[in-house]
Ligand binder design. Structure first.
Ligand code: ATP
Length: 233
């Protein structure tokens, strides 16, 4: 569903991703880990087509990102959860979710049932539908950002450090919901710094260091591997 093959990117003259190869197969939850500055957000931006690959290939849902714009991802069944949530702060929660829905369905008629589904999955959202998104707590905003990505029933969800800034209790709740979404059949690429939590719910993982894969394998093996731990801690 998603594949990067030997991808290089750079910010001006500074190389960032260096021959990065990762793959996410249908039904998997794959966790991409790495220390600060390893290139995790750059990987997210490259997968979305915001940062262009200078070399190599980026395929998402069988399409080459060299010719596919970011704006087409939602309609192809890809939900994005960017770092920092990126909600529209002056719009209500419901309006933010409506935008996520419209991006997929082109103003389809079935918004209300989908909204109800999201409120069942995130009970905290139901009481906040008419509140401006910018006035929500960080944890509530994180839930809305995930609900906005899920409301169009994507096949693949790509999440960039979604647990950043959440309290330990909310992190538990957030990862439990993410795991439930995966159990219901959604494929997920989870980019995370919280290795224990990320690998705790993932099938496989990659450890990214200085723009390339330093280690990869089944999540359980990476969790117990001392070598992997020394790379991501
Ligand atoms: P963190 O966990 O700290 O968010 P990260 O692994 O997500 O780190 P990136 O955000 O991908 O790392 O950044 C990797 C490197 O590229 C960093 O040194 C960063 O300063 C640099 N970088 C990121 N975006 C740009 C940009 N637009 N222009 C120049 N340099 C950039």
């Amino acid at each position: 569903m998603l594949e990067l093959r030997e991808v290089d990117t750079a910010y001006g003259p500074v190389p960032m991703l260096r021959g990065l190869s990762i793959k996410v197969q249908p039904g998997e939850l794959v966790c991409l880990l790495g220390p600060n500055g390893a290139g995790k957000t750059t990987t997210f931006m490259t997968v979305c087509g915001v940062v262009r690959a200078l070399r190599g290939k980026v395929d998402v849902m069988g399409r080459d990102m060299a010719s596919l714009g970011t704006e087409n991802l939602a309609a192809l069944g890809v939900g994005l959860v960017p770092e920092g949530r990126r909600l529209f702060p002056s719009l209500t929660v419901q309006e933010n979710l409506r935008l996520g829905y419209d991006a997929v369905s082109g103003r389809g008629p079935d918004f209300q049932p989908q909204l109800d589904k999201m409120c069942d999955l995130f009970p905290r959202i139901r009481e906040r539908l008419r509140q401006a998104a910018g006035t929500l707590s960080g944890g509530e905003q994180a839930m809305v950002a995930l609900a906005r990505a899920l409301i169009g029933e994507p096949k693949l969800v790509i999440m960039d450090e979604p647990s950043l800034g959440l309290s330990p209790k909310l992190i538990d709740e957030y990862f439990e919901i993410t795991s439930e979404v995966h159990r219901r059949g959604t494929t997920i690429l989870l980019i995370e710094q919280n290795a224990e939590m990320g690998l705790g719910i993932a099938d496989r993982g990659y450890v990214l260091v200085k723009g390339r894969v330093a280690q990869e394998g089944p999540a359980r093996e990476l969790l117990s591997s001392k070598a992997a731990k020394s790379l991501y801690l």
